[in-house]
Design a binder for this molecule. Sequence first.
Ligand SMILES: Cc1ncc(COP(=O)(O)O)c(C=O)c1O
Length: 492
Amino acid sequence: MGASGLTLYQRLESTTAGLTRYSYPMHNPNLSSSDHAGPPWLTVPEDLGFLDPVLWPQGTVRDLSGQILIGGQTVNALLEQYGSALYVMDEEDFRTRAHQFTTDFPGWTVHYAGKSFLCRSVARWIMEEGLGLDVCSGNELAVALSVGFPPERIGVHGNNKSIEELISAIEAGVGSIIVDSFDEIAKIETLAAQRECIVRVLVRVTTGVEAHTHEYIATSLEDGKFGFSVTTGQALEALMVCENSPHIHLGGIHSHIGSQIFDTEGFRVAARRTMALAAQFNSASHMIEEINLGGGFGIAYTIQDTPMSPAELNRGLVQAIDEARSQYNLAPVKLSIEPGRAICGPACVALYTVGTIKKVDIGDGKTRTYVAVDGGMSDNIRTALYQAEYSAVLANRSSDAEPMLSRVVGKHCESGDILVHDVYLPSDLRIGDIIAVPASGAYTRSMASNYNYALRPAMVAVNSKGSRLILRRETLEDLLALDVGEDDKTLG
Ligand SMILES: Cc1ncc(COP(=O)(O)O)c(C=O)c1O
């Protein structure tokens, strides 16, 4: 619950009603999208400067000059102080989204999926908001432990954890290790026996449900690297092996079905198949105590996306679990989920500065404007990797110029180096303008690279008290320090 006393989703509804958001003047309403060459879902906006609440952190507004403020801080001041390009994380928005999951999932354990974005500040926020944390590597674990994150609230994922990673997890006393192969179960049993301890595990299973965006496909084929197949019987075998390993405590079953999921249908099928597995396994001497349904809850990257609120999600998941439980006559189990993107994604805006603007003829008398900015696939690989869609607006001023179909591209030596495939920006866009890309918090900085020796941008946290650096920008010295190449003359 934020300072206003309203929940985040109530506040979004009130801002949708246009109560709090200043926007640009309206554009020529006679201009239709058929005059342009964008994708079918992209309509020519009436108001190019509108900040749709579904896309932006809750505290994002424009001032009277049209400049955007995120968490009360103006984009011009942020870039002046920290440089461009920049990730801006709205701390209150992040915390509110995290907290909302705990209140809307009463009795469940909510783990934040650290792979979506993790740094020490984020680990602290997650700890303070009362969530658990999932990590996917020994180094993510080290980040969490470095801020005193309670190890018993940490789950450790990974399909090929090294011995060193397993040892650090076991010695830290993590809450559970999510096991992914028979080899790993054997390694954990040996390491735990050597340390005379018991390690709690969840068995990651594949239910044959693969859900992506608005579609889900329930297949019988499970041709992927993660988990044990339910259909082939491997999952049941893995549960039995864990149960019979003296230094392993079998905590339960883990299922993760995909990403950017916008309904609960896929979860319903996964819950049914997971419960069927639990029913097969349970006996008088052993019972599954926890079912983890994973993450993957969709967020809005463009106005075509319609995410569920945590409360709606909870209703769907509870119903799915209840149906499956009654079908298999199972006692209540502990339930858990692992949202990542739904917490950090919408809380962060990426800011870029326009460097070049180029009009390209795309046939039929139509043009597309390529707007090149000072970042790209090195700070957000998602568009190039998954053809992800994003939105963007002019952020440093207002404009009542006509809309122009634009493609926001990066500065890297790759034609696929695209940040925003299709977006309408004002036609008076100029070099030096600031472009803001909402929903930039998940799988962006966490997947960033140094392609072309790019320096990964800084991230600042903004809140009502001001702004502060939470990840500093890389420097050339950082990169040169890694490059220890000796000259040939020094060899032999
Ligand atoms: C096992 C598991 N849990 C949780 C997540 C988080 O997914 P999201 O960030 O889409 O919620 C992922 C993402 O790939 C995952 O693999």
